[in-house]
Ligand binder design. Structure first.
Ligand code: TYD
Ligand code: MG
Length: 454
């Protein structure tokens, strides 16, 4: 790579791989045609220098305080949970997600809450005008004077503003629109995104300000200039969900201050995002009663059990090759379960179409829902409804055996909490469920056993 003052470098737009020459395929992420040429002015003034504006000196471990105060609550329990118990002062948080999923809405609500707690908040938008933000804010509710809005894309101006205002929390919406004047490449390019984040990192650490950065996800499912960003920030949260469904899941992907095993569930309403503190209840809303092919399963989302309805429809195939279709779950897994049912239980599905759907538009990859899928298929095939108050948990192996799943107790307890009266679980989990009372626990060694409870 050229080391001159004005060097041209090729960057992979997908993973940030840097190369001196153009390449068809990126050696980093194996994507094709992702290299873009960018001129980089290697400025001698590095972004890290910004930290020097603050009083920065070495400290011993005992001098560093870890008081409760260091975490500030966002007044949203779902968000606090994902952040590991609140927002850390001086942290840099990246909120990624598809365009239109609700990132700006979420962060504006966070600003509203911080402002209510009399914390100075600065919301910088490079995407919307002040009027547009006001229209959105009017839908969300009342705001007080602690929230300041700024429409700006130049990081130099933003940096000066932050140093002058010294707010507690800053939101940068979005990083792809921000640019530094001393870098000639276009906003949203890898070098701009990287330098911009570096500068914000310096501001966050130097002035002890918590900064949220919004990052858009590109078609490939990564924030543009993504990996470059992910390792620089303290926390990476992804906001995901189906456009057509109203619920949204905020997932922690990286967290330097807590577990990444947490999710927060929200619902998009006309008046902004509402927290869903009981996702199971939310997911089971609208479940038909006494319908064949429908069963409730329990999937773990992080450390949270979530009850979800699985629906199957098996009907006679009018064509030579039967149709198999799945929504929200792995297609191959369903095919495998159908093969197990054919071979081990002698249920002949060879001339039947089979459709499997996870209700609510959620996606589950967990094997613990296998038993539920298998039972839903058999229920629909035999046109025999499964007890509405029964759930099934278990992984199904190739010999038709029902295998153990993790956190079985939490799952059964969640079912009990929501008023289910019976639960089919793997026989091998018998020991872990000894103390569970108040719900009938039915053990199954293989799929055949489970089917007898139909
Ligand atoms: P937005 O926060 O602008 O998404 P992002 O910043 O991730 O691009 O959310 C936009 C969507 O949310 C838009 O389709 C309208 C919807 N919405 C509501 O349904 N209710 C509301 O109160 C608000 C503010 C937005
Ligand atoms: Mg937005």
């Amino acid at each position: 790579m050229a080391k001159g003052k004005n060097a041209t470098v090729f960057f992979c737009q997908s993973c940030g791989y840097e190369s001196g020459k153009w390449m068809g395929q990126c050696p980093g992420c194996r994507q094709w045609n992702t290299f873009v040429e960018e001129t980089v002015i290697r400025s001698t003034k590095s972004s890290i220098n910004i930290a020097r504006h603050a009083e920065n000196k070495p400290a011993t471990l005992s001098e560093i305080s870890l008081e409760e105060e260091d975490r500030i609550s966002t007044r949203m329990r779902e968000l606090d949970r994902v952040l590991g118990g609140g927002l850390i002062r001086g942290s840099l948080t990246l909120v990624g997600g598809d365009p239109g999923i609700g990132k700006s809405t979420l962060l504006l609500q966070v600003c509203q809450n911080f402002a209510l707690d009399k914390r100075e908040v600065l919301y910088v938008s490079g995407e919307e005008s002040l009027k547009q933000i006001k229209i959105r804010a009017n839908r969300i509710g009342d705001f007080n004077e602690c929230l300041k809005l700024l429409c700006e894309t130049s990081l130099e101006v933003i940096g000066e503003m932050i140093r002058a205002l010294k707010p507690d929390v800053v939101v940068i919406d979005s990083i792809q629109t921000m640019y530094r004047e001393d870098i000639s490449s276009a906003p949203g390019s890898i070098s701009q995104v990287r330098e911009a984040t570096g500068m914000l990192l310096g501001l966050a650490k130097g002035l002890n300000i918590s900064i949220f950065i919004v990052g858009h996800v590109t078609k490939e499912g990564t924030v543009a200039g993504p990996r470059v960003l992910e390792h620089m920030v303290d926390t990476v949260l992804y906001f995901e969900g189906d456009r057509h469904a109203s619920y949204r899941i905020l997932r922690g992907v990286k967290n330097r201050f807590g577990s990444t095993n947490e999710i927060g569930v929200f619902e998009m309403r006309a008046s902004g995002l509402m927290e869903v503190s009981n996702p199971s209840e939310f997911m089971l809303g609208g479940k038909p009663e006494g319908a064949s092919g429908s069963i409730v399963v329990c999937s773990m989302e992080g450390t949270r059990p979530m009850l979800i309805e699985i629906q199957a429809l098996v009907c006679h195939s009018n064509f030579g090759i039967p149709r198999r279709q799945t929504t929200g779950t792995d297609f191959n897994r369903v095919n495998l379960l159908i093969a197990v049912l054919e071979k081990r239980l002698g249920i002949s599905l060879g001339n039947c179409d089979a459709y499997v759907n996870i209700a609510g538009g959620i996606k589950i990859q967990e094997p613990a829902v296998d038993l539920g899928i298998a039972m839903a298929i058999v229920s629909s095939f035999k046109n025999k409804a499964i007890d509405d108050k029964m759930i099934a948990i278990g992984e199904v192996g190739l010999s038709g055996e029902v295998r153990a799943v993790n956190m079985i107790k939490e799952r059964v307890q969640e079912a009990k909490k929501l008023g289910f009266t019976a639960c089919i679980v793997p026989f091998v989990c018998k020991d872990s469920l000894k103390e569970v009372t108040g719900i009938k626990v039915l053990y199954a060694k293989n799929v055949g056993d489970a089917i007898t409870y139909l």
